[in-house]
Design a protein around this ligand. Structure first.
Ligand code: KG4
Ligand code: ZN
Length: 341
């Protein structure tokens, strides 16, 4: 079946077409309207999605050489994310599905990241552990043989990508912060600072990045409130490197523990932060040392995209688990299943 996927949960307007062979097209428009603000402005995100969604969807169909008559189902990420932004993709997707008489499948954005990992690596088969490290989420899942996800751990405060973005802002670097910090960290000359890594106890598979963020800020503020004016290039690079190493250590340690607890021999890493080359290198080294397989999607399937949404919907349809709303689904800023009681 050919599935058209739509993604508008944050600041990417994306549309993609997949079939049984995988990706036929994967069009991503990354919004530039937020750059001056150093973070995503929800109202601007919704408006930009509205103005781009038709054009991006047209392009996805054209690149896939598919007409609307070829589409068997339309899917959109419906939660979690920015409510106004999600509503654009969901309303558009439902309207389109209705107009062509095909089912509309709402998809969980975080689960879609995990399906993106399977789409990127055909040899990745459940059971495995999935580490989703993105701007909005940092979570560990056990992915069962029936493709169901069980939450093993999650961040108690900031997401890893959010910490990258906030530290980049503290250092006067641009948005999104992850790629900027990675660039600076690669240029650092030792010694760089060792920042604290929250363990939260020997059994915990949860994450915390707020202490790390504060430690970076305290180091900078030691130079005075006007530290940004005094910050030299070498210090930006060293702080970037120390911060990046602390994040990598935190997520690697928890991922290793999750593999141990679950008995799984494969780890899939997804979400925007999984593009980070230093993180990939460390997890690849650990995979060699501890005898597990580490799988990383290609960058276009790591950061927000619609191919993962379409692939997730396709799997749900094949498993007869697609939850098709009648007559309308509403967007939710949080997904209750992954909230702790
Ligand atoms: O998955 P994603 O595109 O959107 C969400 O679902 O949140 O992830 C975006 C996040 C941003 O916080 C961005 O700074 C981070 O991924 N990111 C990176 C890198 N590229 C993107 N973090 C570290 N290193 C990178 N190279
Ligand atoms: Zn995402």
């Amino acid at each position: 079946m050919i599935v058209l996927g739509i993604e508008t949960s944050c600041d990417e307007t994306a549309a993609a077409v997949v079939d049984q062979g995988g990706v036929r097209s994967n069009v991503i428009h990354s919004q530039q309207v937020h750059r001056p603000f150093g973070g995503v402005v929800p109202e601007l995100a919704s408006r930009d999605h509205l103005s781009k969604i038709v054009q991006v969807t047209r392009q996805a169909l054209e690149e896939a050489k598919a007409g609307l008559g070829d589409i068997g189902a339309v899917a959109a990420a419906s939660s979690p994310g920015l409510a106004g932004a999600l509503l654009v993709g969901n309303s558009f997707g439902q309207g389109l599905a209705l107009s062509i008489g095909k089912p509309f499948v709402p998809v969980n954005h975080i689960e879609a990241h995990v399906h993106g990992a399977m789409l990127g690596d055909g040899s990745l088969k459940p059971p495995f552990v999935a580490l989703v490290v993105s701007g909005g989420h940092t979570s560990l899942f056990h992915v069962g043989n029936d493709l169901s996800l069980s939450l093993m751990g999650r961040t108690l405060d900031d997401a890893a990508g959010e910490a990258f973005d906030k530290v980049a802002k503290m250092l006067g670097l641009g948005y999104p912060g992850g790629p900027e910090i990675e660039k600076q960290a690669a240029l650092a000359e030792p010694p760089w600072p060792g920042f604290p890594v929250a363990s939260l106890g020997p059994e915990s598979l949860d994450f915390s990045f707020s202490g790390l963020k504060t430690a970076v800020l305290n180091r900078l503020l030691a130079k005075g409130r006007d530290y940004l004016e005094k910050l030299e290039a070498g210090e930006i690079r060293r702080v970037s490197r120390g911060f990046q190493e602390a994040v990598i250590e935190a997520v690697s340690a928890k991922a290793l523990k999750a593999l141990e607890v679950s008995g799984c021999r494969a780890l899939a890493v997804a979400g925007g932060v999984s593009v980070n080359r230093a993180l990939r290198a460390e997890l690849t080294t650990l995979a060699g040392r501890h005898g597990f397989k580490a799988s990383f999607p290609p960058p276009g399937l790591c950061t927000d995209n619609a191919a993962m949404v379409a692939w997730n919907a396709r799997a749900l349809l094949l498993l007869d688990r697609a939850r098709m709303p009648e007559p309308a689904v509403s967007a939710r800023s949080a997904w209750p299943r992954y909230q702790r009681p």
